[in-house]
Design a protein around this ligand. Sequence first.
Ligand code: UDP
Length: 429
Amino acid sequence: MERRLALISEHASPLAVVGGVDAGGQNIAVAELAQHLARLGYSIDIFTRREDGILPEIVHWRPGIRVVQVKAGPARVLPKEEILPLMGEFTENVIGFSRREGHPYLLIHAHFFMSALVAAEVKKVLGIPFIVTFHALGKVRRMSQGDGDRFPPERLSIEERVIREADQVIALCPQDREDLIALYEADPARITVIPNGFDPNEIYRIRKETARRLLGLDPYEFIILQLGRMVPRKGIDNVVQAVRVLDDAGLKARLLVVGGESDSPDPAATPEIARLQRLAASEGIAGQVTFVGRRDRRQLRYYYGASDVFVTTPWYEPFGITPLEAMACGVPVVGSAVGGIKHTVVDGETGFLVPPKDPVALAEKLEMLLRRPEIGRMMGARGLERVHAEFTWEKVACLTSGLYEQIGLPQTLPLEIEKSLRLELRWSA
Ligand code: UDP
């Protein structure tokens, strides 16, 4: 019996290149979840907004997975803050597609609030149940970004509506669950915590010497890695300032910054690189900061493997896949004690938690790891164990599938009953 699911991810396509402003964790999460669900036997259509006129409407992306590029507004990349008005057209086209296919979907899993809005509208018309993973919440973003948040204010009421109408909400970490309850009055019984993950076939430990040789890096320097999308809320300026604090104490470290809009570090294409270069120069440590540019997923393990410590100090972080990736390479993590990071990183065990926007607190932990490398090695080993036990995509997909089976049509139903249920759904449409 075919178990077909619709995943909706309006701005974050699995086909996009990640590392820039608008393509990161959500693209990876949707792509990995879909692939691991397909291995469990689901057929999956991922609906995403068409961003170019080159690829066909339906891309047969991986075995059992199609990416359906939905027409909604111009076929070009638009900032995610600008696409809410296009969701009406997106919804109509998803419903039209589903009708043409004979209404095959047992369940919709929506990613982000705009996809959830589409799913809620589709549920109203076709009766298909839906689950939502927000990946980020508007009220949390507004609290930390204030006027810097360019999403339309309707985001908040849309989130409130879909939280009421969703069959289940997936929180990525305990903090996400608390925020859903405290800020949105979500029903605790309809929230399930399922984290993001990493893929052990892609991200694994490499000997430090080997990684440094392959990347042409100094074998003896203390290397701090920062890797991810380059936007101010990631707090990379805080890491640059911490390197200056170390430098003031006579401790030399190299900061590698991976990410950006292009493969070579281009301050014109990535304004955050320009800002950080100015900062490093004004702090007098420009020579200790290397901007690498965006890197392909197959190259990431070498950057993680080459580093002595991975640092991520965002102002807030709904989940944060990069700490998992660092731990999967046996590298200790120093991260801000916010959101998902305070769940994935165990303070004093797999790394350290520090307050965001506090370069002195960060430098203190870096100094400890610099002076006592055996602590970093021990934490790296513990992190490796932790991520393999808790955070593989395989495990995440199994947990998610368990939830689907609770909500959608049970997989054990005989085909005839399922067919008649589908007919009923069709009539109710
Ligand atoms: N990433 C990448 N290449 C880069 C920079 C980032 O593949 O040059 C990936 C990174 O490995 C991670 C994702 O982008 O898998 C970022 O996800 P995370 O959850 O850490 O942050 P988000 O993008 O959701 O803010």
